[in-house]
Design a protein around this ligand. Sequence first.
Ligand SMILES: [Zn+2]
Length: 416
Amino acid sequence: MKQFRHILVGSLIDGSGGPARQGVIMTLGRGRIVSIVEASVDDVKPGAVEDLRSFTVLPGFVDAHVHLAISGTENAEDRKAQRKASFEEAAFAVEAHLSRHIRHGVVAVRDGGDKNGYALLYKKRFLEGRSVPVAVKAAGQAWHAPGRYGSLIGTTPQTGENLEEAITRSAMKSDHVKIVNSGLNSLSRFGDDTAPQFSLDELENAVKKAHALGRKVMIHANGRVPVGIAVEAGCDSIEHGFFMGRENLEKMARMGTIWVPTACTMAAYVKTLPKNSREAEVARRNLDHQLEQIRTARTLGVQIAAGTDSGSLGVHHGRGLLRELRLLMTAGFRLEEAVKCASGLGAALLGVESHTGTLAPGRPATFVVVRAAPASLLQNLDDPDLIVVKGKEVQGGKGGREGFTGTSRTDLLSVP
Ligand SMILES: [Zn+2]
């Protein structure tokens, strides 16, 4: 395993949103960045540094919304089968998905839940207390109201128990709390809202309780009313937020609520649904509307964390994040701003800043190296040349063995 000391970097995107810096020497020590100084090639003694002058270096990525136990497969039979998977089967899937994440430079993920809470169980059984390249934060099971959307990713409070009591019982066992407060977006009628699943009171009490237990709250919500009461209740992040409207975006900017727009889910529907079908047409309009909302959010100063909802139909772990970055840029974000959404901001939301985030002196030396200038970065980002976590090269980049090294103690390594 290679360790680095001095690196001559062609272009550095540091994850703060500021413009890329050209020609710097980054010095590393004990898994951290010691210094970053401007340097010309003449300053460098041959052999004294790792020469990455034709490369761009950017922070290890954070995907703020995934479902590790679910794959993005478009095969209906496979999707049905994974709903019935045993823990052992789900563990294979989680393992494979983590391999894909690290291969694409995603070094931290926030899981939004699965039916049986298997992603959280996998984390507890195989990752906790060990040094692993991908930091995993997991909700376990998402909470939804009886008879409403959400059984694929979680469960309802028990009979006679309210949402706050369900959270009191379970929150300490998970890293954060996930609540579902609307349905899915309609693919037959453009902009069709669903009713909120919980009242403002219920959500307020739930969020207060989760915060008192030291847990952040992510809320799945689409439409004006479901998003409005979720923001009002003080949640930490709004997931999806399709059709939330400008007023909610203004409120989120004021309150510092983070938005995870998962636009790539709709782009995947556009790609997957039969051409010229009504559903594909509605998905296309939903996507355009969401991109318009993202454009407004940027102007208003709403903080956006990049998340993919990987596991959703046609959204694949690892490479999904690159699709989301592209969509943020379609909606007006500069490359450096989009990278901030997928690194510095995401790391703060997940609380994984000791693992990844911005690249600056004192910060962890966790970064992705790509042989390309910033202008052609996105075309080359799918296949990074090197991935470094806390100063150590991890297997997963180009030329590296595919595999998630973190779980070698299990016999799950031989995933297809
Ligand atoms: Zn989700």
